[in-house]
Write a protein that binds this ligand. Structure first.
Ligand code: PEP
Ligand code: MG
Length: 324
């Protein structure tokens, strides 16, 4: 399917009536980078820094991290690369940093781990800054935020790392910093979070899991895991409105962002960017290019007022079929 779509690579991601929707990619390995550039990605909305950590037998040193991050930044420059600080715990375990818990998804993961280990956080952020020397495309994003204190603490650490490096003569820029909205509490504090940072990005994988109380990896309850659940859609809309009320851009980087059926809905909600696995990029672009932006508010209204995820799915399928 992707083959026939290759012609779309250099065409704009915009609706028939000229409304733009930037399409970014999620990366982890260098292999993702080559394919993403090949498919015309406009930036990296989520670079999962866990990946280079998972490929090793011990924590990578500051210099090892610097080299890996520099490769990402250089490959995309001048396009922006959003580096998420280490998001381990939950389903992502480092063999050399075991975490034994009864409820790992409700336990020590993401920002919670790195704020308890500021030395890990500082080394990582220093490596990101050093990697960005002479470039201006680094963005930093914080995972699993559930309150504003975590953001304030993380910002202080980032500032400390930045000041030290500037003092040492590094030619670096203060980057845009963002928060992932992937815990229900963050949805309802999106305004307060947005006041502290430059952008918000919804992690719809975790947000769906936590909102619906459905383990994203448990096949027994997989039928209950659905990002089209009207409760999830309502949260997605709350986040965009809150971010925009604070004048900040709001993107989405969970799997939903790469779902061609969902693209018109996310556009209608007002999302400023979709970040997805590169293999979905051209399909999503095809859907956007066949959509009429002025038709979308009616679709959004129907979806937001649906009672079930199935109903939403039927609506989105029909909209796509109508668009041809
Ligand atoms: C998410 O939770 O939607 C997300 C993008 O992060 P991850 O899948 O890495 O947890
Ligand atoms: Mg997540």
């Amino acid at each position: 399917l992707t083959q026939g779509l290759e012609a779309l690579r250099d065409l704009a991601s915009e609706t028939l009536d000229g409304h733009r929707m930037p399409l970014w990619v999620n990366t982890g390995l260098m292999a993702d980078v080559a394919r993403s550039l090949d498919r015309g990605a406009e930036g990296v909305g989520l670079y999962r820094t866990e990946v280079p950590f998972l490929l090793r037998e011990r924590f990578p040193s500051e210099e090892e991290q610097r080299m890996v991050y520099r490769e990402q930044l250089l490959a995309f420059a001048p396009l922006p690369v959003t580096m998420r600080t280490l998001d381990v715990g939950g389903d992502k375990a480092l063999p050399y940093f075991p975490i034994e818990e009864e409820n790992p998804f409700l336990g020590w993961r993401g920002i919670r781990v790195t704020l308890d280990h500021p030395e890990i956080f500082l080394v990582q952020v220093r490596a990101m800054f050093k990697a960005s020397e002479g470039l201006d495309n680094l963005r930093i994003m914080l995972p699993m935020i559930s309150n504003v204190q975590e953001v304030d603490e993380a910002l202080e650490l980032i500032k400390r790392a930045y000041d030290e490096l500037v003092e040492d003569g590094w030619d670096i820029h203060w980057p845009p910093i963002g928060v992932m909205v992937e815990v229900p509490a963050a949805v309802y504090q999106a305004r307060q979070l947005a006041q502290r940072v430059d952008f918000l990005s919804v992690g719809s994988n975790d947000l769906t899991q936590y909102l619906l109380a459905v383990d994203r990896n448990n096949t027994r309850v997989a039928d209950l895991y659905h990002a089209y659940h009207p409760a999830v859609l309502n949260c997605l809309k709350i986040v965009v409105d809150a971010g925009h009320a604070e004048g900040k851009s709001v993107g989405i980087c969970g799997e939903l962002a790469g779902d061609p059926l969902a693209a018109p809905l996310l556009m209608a909600m007002g999302y400023d960017m979709l970040s997805m696995n590169d293999n979905n990029l051209l399909r999503v672009k095809a859907v956007i290019r066949s959509s009429q932006y002025s038709d979308l508010p009616a679709l959004l209204d129907q979806a937001m007022n649906a009672d079930t995820a199935d109903e939403v799915q039927v609506l989105l399928r029909r909209a796509l079929a109508d668009a041809g």
